[in-house]
Design a protein around this ligand. Structure first.
Ligand code: HAM
Length: 443
């Protein structure tokens, strides 16, 4: 007897199973897209390697305090956007919103100051910020970044880091690139500039929006970042940092620009480029690309001497950047610089038990030689097999019936023009090796 009849209640109709969807601001990268992601990442490994950078893999969870201390408590990232929760030991941990702080932590933790300096590292992986999702802005997004830690603060390092990211973008044929650079000075000269800026902003306070009014007290530099149309004319009349740089910072900035010219890197000076994270000093830069709408910054970076020290390490110079990989991919897709997803080299259309055993062996040999092979698990009529081969974008169909197996003459059909020819097993491998460029690349 069921429970419901025992209690005299009607049994409820079974609830419809819930349909799950990815949560807001995070997404799946489907097979049509992943070849481009792999191409971008392989290019990063190759290009960064030629500049002497080595890969570091970092954890996704870090102590919340690491980000609060380095990025800054008043920044949007730390004050509003981090995914933070209590661990079982009651300590607070966060999903990383960026990786510069983690690289500095790892540099200290693994005593990398004892290695030959500077240490040049790069990383790639997901980051998390609870932002309002829109085109090019996600809550789980991916960065490819690089950091140079230790050694001196030579402007040549700033220029080389920028040259490296531009070389990477050129290699990918990213379109419509614009590089903006600025110097926000050192702690001393910036503090003086911030006071000048604050007093100028006080004079025009009533004409500013609520965010900028608040920032006069918390972080006047961020007012320069404002995109509000009504504030643009006011901001244009504010004093520039360049006029307030100390002699050392001015000399450093002039040399960064000279070195960029020496390396053939085209840049635009943008005095309003201040960046939204607190750890920067001197050089800051941002790169925009085409086809991205309002979220068009595809890379941001800058110098952060002193951050390692702030995190409990020895005094250490630092500079780096992070590329928004999702945006980079969007821009490549919009300008159709994306390679088409790979199909199959060979579809094995087999019929009959004897043919199946040969098909399994043929698939093993061909895969061993680097071809993309589709071996259907169940027997299909040849017509069905050929149409399936076509749908999968196969270059060839290898036709194996019991007759072909007994005669040792295998039929290879080129799907683009429908032509077919017979080969022995060894001739076939030889022929494929000569004619399939994709497989040639992989073998
Ligand atoms: P960031 O400017 O906060 O800098 O981020 C770098 C890049 O990540 C941005 O230019 C953008 O392309 C991408 N990005 C940021 N937020 C999102 C999002 N919600 N959705 C999609 N893409 C996003 C940093 O993270 C610093 N750690 C860079 C750095 C490294 N500075 C020195 N070293």
């Amino acid at each position: 007897m069921s429970d419901s009849s025992a209690t005299g209640q009607q049994s409820k109709p079974a609830a419809k199973p819930r349909k799950f969807q990815a949560i807001k601001g995070v997404r799946d990268l489907l097979p049509a897209e992943t070849p481009l992601w792999n191409h971008v990442e392989e290019t990063a490994h190759a290009v960064f390697g030629t500049f002497g950078f080595s890969e570091i893999r970092l954890p996704i969870l870090e102590p919340t305090e690491l980000f609060a201390r380095s990025i800054g408590l008043d920044t949007d990232v730390v004050s509003k956007e981090m995914y933070t929760f209590e661990d079982r030991d009651e300590s607070m941990i966060s999903l990383r919103p960026e990786a510069t702080a983690s690289v500095c932590r790892a540099y200290i933790e693994h005593h990398m100051q004892q290695l030959p300096q500077p240490v040049k590292l790069y990383y790639m992986g997901p980051m998390f910020r609870r932002e309002r999702p829109q085109k090019g802005r996600y809550r789980q997004f991916h960065q490819i970044g690089a950091e140079v830690l230790g050694g001196n603060d030579s402007p040549g390092i700033d220029a080389e880091v920028i040259e490296m990211v531009m070389t990477f973008f050129d290699e990918l044929e990213l379109q419509g690139l614009e590089l903006d650079i600025n110097s926000i000075g050192c702690r001393e000269c910036r503090a003086k500039y911030v006071e000048v800026l604050r007093s100028e902003l006080q004079k025009v306070k009533d004409k500013l929006g609520a965010d900028s009014q608040r920032r006069i007290d918390t972080n006047p530099l961020r007012v320069l970042d404002s995109k509000l149309p009504g504030e643009q004319e006011i901001i244009a009349r504010l004093p520039h940092m360049a006029a307030h740089l100390c002699a050392d910072c001015a000399e450093h900035f002039a040399e960064v620009k000279r070195q960029l010219e020496l390396r053939g890197v085209i840049y635009r000076e943008n005095w309003r480029l201040v960046r939204g994270l607190d750890y920067y000093m001197r050089t800051t830069f941002e790169i925009t690309a085409q086809g991205l709408g309002s979220q068009n910054a595809v890379c941001g970076g800058g110098r952060y001497d002193g951050l390692v020290e702030l995190l409990g390490g020895p005094p250490t110079k630092g500079i780096g950047f992070a590329i928004g990989e999702d945006r980079l991919i969007l821009s490549l897709q919009e300008s159709s610089k994306a390679p088409p997803p790979p199909g199959r080299d060979i579809y094995i259309a087999w019929m009959g038990d004897k043919a199946f055993a040969t098909a399994i062996r043929a698939a093993k040999d061909l895969r061993g030689a680097g071809y993309r092979v589709e071996l259907p698990a169940t027997e299909q009529k040849f017509g069905k097999a050929l149409s399936q081969a076509d749908k999968l974008g196969s270059r060839y169909a290898l036709i194996l019936g019991d007759d072909e197996v007994s005669s040792g003459e295998w039929t290879l059909k080129t799907l683009a023009d429908g032509s077919q020819k017979k080969y022995s097993e060894s001739e076939l491998l030889e022929y494929l090796r000569e004619t399939s460029p994709a497989a040639q690349q992989r073998t």
